[in-house]
Design a protein around this ligand. Structure first.
Ligand code: ADP
Ligand code: MG
Length: 292
C-alpha cells in the first residue's frame, strides 16, 4: 500500500485500527448483504494446538509421532506447527524425510525411513483409498467439539487420528451479533471439515457455512453466496484466500495476516479485531447519511 492510498477512519474505526485503502470502500460497504468470513486466522486466532492423538490398535505412539513430525517439518501449514511443537514437547525425534509432497487443502505425504507416510484430512485418505475404520467415528466426535481431525497413515494403513484446536477470537460472537443488528447475514468459507466448521459457526452465530472448500474454490464459494443478486464482503487473512479478497464486492483483510491480503483488500483491520469490521459498516452508514 502506498501511504496516499490509505485513509484512516475516525472515531471507533480509528480506535480499532481500521484502514480504508480505497476511497469508494465506504460506499461499497453500504451495498453489502452478506459478510463471509474465512475461519482459520480470521474467526480463530490461527495458532492451533495439538489436543488429541488416538492410535489404531497395534500402532506405536512414539513411532507414529516421529513419522508424522518428520513430514510436518517440511510443511508451512499452521497444523504442521501445532503437531511439531507437541512432538518436541514429548521428545519425539523426527526421522529423516527422503520424499515430500504437499497436497494443498488435503495434507502432506512422503517417505520416512523407507515407509510411506500420509498426514491430512479425511479427504486425503479417501483419495488414496485408505479406510479410516473405527477412527472415523473418533474423528466425528472431535469435529463436533470444534477440533480439526487429522488422520495419519503408514504404508497404506491408518495408524492414528490427531486433532488440533484453534481458539476462537474472544470478540467474534459479539462482532457477528452486531452485524446481524445492522441487518447483515454472516457466512463462513473454510477448507476445514464440515463437522468442525459447523461447530465453530454455531459458537459464533454464523448463518451460512461453506466447508471443505479447496484453496482455489473460495472465489466460486463467494459466487454461490452472491446468488439472487446479494453483495458479499469477504473477511480473510490471505492464507489461501487472497483471490477471494480481491473478488469480493468488498475485501476486508486481517492486518495481522499476510502482506498479500492487505494488497488485495479494500479495507484492512490492522489489529485483527473483528469489531473493526462492524466499525467500518457503522462508519459507512453514518458517512453516507451525512452526505445525503
Ligand atoms: P484451512 O486452513 O481452512 O483448514 P486448508 O485448505 O489449508 O484449509 O487445509 C484443509 C485441511 O487439509 C486442513 O484442515 C487439514 O485437515 C489438512 N491439511 C492441510 N495441510 C496439512 C498439513 N501440513 N498437515 C496435516 N493436515 C493438513
Ligand atoms: Mg485463514
Amino acid at each position: 500500500a502506498t501511504p496516499t492510498s490509505i485513509m484512516v477512519g475516525t472515531g471507533r474505526a480509528a480506535e480499532l485500527g481500521v484502514l480504508f485503502r480505497r476511497g469508494d470502500a465506504l460506499q461499497a460497504l453500504q451495498g453489502v448483504d452478506v459478510v463471509a468470513f474465512d475461519k482459520t486466522g480470521t474467526l480463530t486466532q490461527g495458532r492451533p494446538e495439538l489436543t488429541d492423538l488416538h492410535l489404531a490398535p497395534g500402532a506405536d505412539r512414539a513411532e507414529v509421532l516421529a513419522a508424522v513430525a518428520a513430514l510436518e517439518t517440511r510443511s508451512e501449514h499452521p497444523v504442521a506447527q501445532a503437531i511439531l511443537s507437541a512432538a518436541r514437547a514429548e521428545g519425539a525425534a523426527p526421522a529423516e524425510v527422503t520424499e515430500f509432497e504437499p497436497h494443498p487443502g488435503f495434507g502432506v505425504s512422503g517417505s520416512v525411513r523407507g515407509r510411506r507416510v500420509l498426514v491430512g484430512a479425511a479427504r486425503l485418505m479417501a483419495r488414496e483409498g485408505i479406510d479410516p475404520g473405527a477412527l472415523a467415528a473418533r474423528a466425528d466426535d472431535l469435529a463436533v467439539r470444534g477440533r480439526t481431525p487429522i488422520f495419519a497413515a503408514l504404508d497404506g494403513r491408518i495408524v492414528a487420528v490427531l486433532a488440533v484446536a484453534d481458539p476462537i477470537k474472544p470478540e467474534a460472537a459479539q462482532a457477528i451479533a452486531a452485524l446481524h443488528r445492522l441487518g447483515l447475514r454472516a457466512a463462513m468459507v473454510t477448507g476445514d471439515t464440515w463437522g468442525t466448521a459447523r461447530a465453530v459457526a454455531a459458537q459464533v452465530g454464523i448463518d451460512d457455512v461453506v466447508a471443505e472448500v479447496l484453496p482455489d474454490g473460495k472465489v466460486a464459494a463467494l459466487d454461490d453466496l452472491r446468488r439472487g443478486g446479494r453483495r458479499v464482503a469477504f473477511v480473510g487473512d490471505g492464507i489461501n484466500d487472497a483471490p477471494a479478497l480481491a473478488a469480493a464486492d468488498v475485501g476486508i483483510a486481517i492486518g495481522t495476516g499476510t502482506d498479500v491480503a492487505v494488497e488485495a483488500a479494500d479495507v484492512v483491520l490492522m489489529s485483527g479485531d473483528l469489531r473493526g469490521a462492524v466499525a467500518a459498516f457503522d462508519m459507512s452508514g453514518r458517512t453516507l447519511r451525512n452526505i445525503r
